[in-house]
Design a protein around this ligand. Structure first.
Ligand code: SF4
Ligand code: SF4
Length: 344
């Protein structure tokens, strides 16, 4: 017998969960506040050089195209959860339609579902605080995510920023940082991301020198990044100045010695932390979504207050890269199917 499942969030975790549950014959309602399915990851550009770099970005597009093959998946774009009544397997969800600026259009629908999956992903750390990094005031300081549309067509890089000779890439922006508004943990995706980014930039722009600033490395080796054009520097940008004309001067603090150095760049790319996106825990306490010390949803099975039939999938349970997110979401599918089997 077919059950109905509501999945909130249509990033790669929500899509993977929806496909897995739909394959088992159940009906899935996939709710997304944005117009497009695919979450933040859908904006990532392919990082191929002459070879595929296995950056996983295309897995999102491939998964999205599979959604249309399942008539039992109902994507609900521009939609927001506004109310919940009861508990799984008799959970009634109220859903409102939004317009493109996320204003409420006033149309409401309601669904009874047997299980509920939270797949709300993460928020990107915005490094306005501290303002010393010059973001977003200086146009030569950008978030990596803002550069992604340009990377899809690398010829656009010079068109947007002028002829670049030196690029700085700052990792761990907001991650591994105990200050308020920062994330005191590793965001897990960004070292490998930087490796792919550096190779893509070096491939299309072999004349550009790239310095990568880091606090630590996760899941890669320094030789995965370093080349004759790419240096790895264990230091953190502490201040960015807008000089000389049309360039940036970075003051860097050496992570070992604390000594300061200054270098000049044409462009600084900030690779920011993944931070929790946990508003459903506050908006709907009846879901029993506990939070861990970092503010992410507790993982399935780790939450002593977990409500049967309520599950979390992907990076809403902790910072993850795309493959980890998919693996976690597949694990959630197995738990949901086990639960649905049990209630029959
Ligand atoms: S998006 Fe990434 S995994 Fe896909 S083809 Fe391009 S480099 Fe390879
Ligand atoms: S993955 Fe790398 S860049 Fe990202 S927070 Fe961890 S150590 Fe820093």
């Amino acid at each position: 017998m077919s059950d109905r499942i509501l999945v909130v969030g249509a990033g790669i975790a929500g899509i993977t969960v929806s496909l897995g549950i739909a394959q088992a014959g159940h009906e899935v309602f996939l709710l997304e506040q944005d117009k497009e399915m695919g979450g933040k990851g859908r904006l990532y550009a392919c990082k191929a050089t002459e070879h595929c770099q296995e950056c996983s970005a295309c897995l999102i597009a491939k998964s999205k195209t599979k959604l249309v093959h399942y008539p039992n998946i109902h994507p609900l774009p521009y939609s927001m959860l506004t109310g919940l009544q009861g508990n799984p397997p008799h959970l009634r969800a109220s859903i409102r339609l939004l317009n493109e600026i996320r204003s409420d259009l006033g149309a409401e629908t309601s669904l009874e579902v047997q299980a509920f999956v939270v797949a709300t992903g993460f928020q990107i750390h915005h490094p306005e605080i501290p303002e010393e990094l010059g973001y977003p005031v200086l146009k030569q300081v950008v978030l990596a995510s803002e550069l992604e549309p340009v990377l899809a067509d690398p010829q656009k890089l010079n068109a947007r920023f002028g002829r670049l000779r030196r690029i700085g890439i700052a990792l761990c922006i907001g991650s591994r940082d105990e200050r308020p508004h920062h994330a005191n943990y590793c965001s897990r995706y960004c070292c490998a991301y930087a490796q792919h980014l550096v190779r893509r930039l070096s491939y299309f722009y072999p004349h550009i020198k790239i310095d990568v600033f880091y606090r630590d490395l996760f899941n890669i080796r320094s030789e995965d990044i370093v080349s004759n054009k790419v240096k790895l520097i264990r230091a953190t940008p502490s201040k960015v100045f807008s000089y000389p004309a049309k360039t940036l001067t970075l003051r860097l603090a050496d992570s070992y010695t604390g000594s300061l150095m200054e270098e000049t760049y044409d462009l600084l790319i900030l690779v920011p932390a993944q931070k929790p996106n946990n508003h459903l825990a506050l908006d709907f306490p009846q879901l029993g979504l506990g939070l861990d010390a970092r503010g992410f949803y507790l993982d399935n099975g780790q939450n002593k207050d977990q409500v049967p039939g309520v599950f979390a999938a992907g990076s809403c349970t902790g910072a993850k890269d795309i493959p980890e997110t998919i693996t976690h979401a597949k694990g959630t599918v197995a738990q949901v199917l086990y639960y649905l089997d049990k209630i029959r």
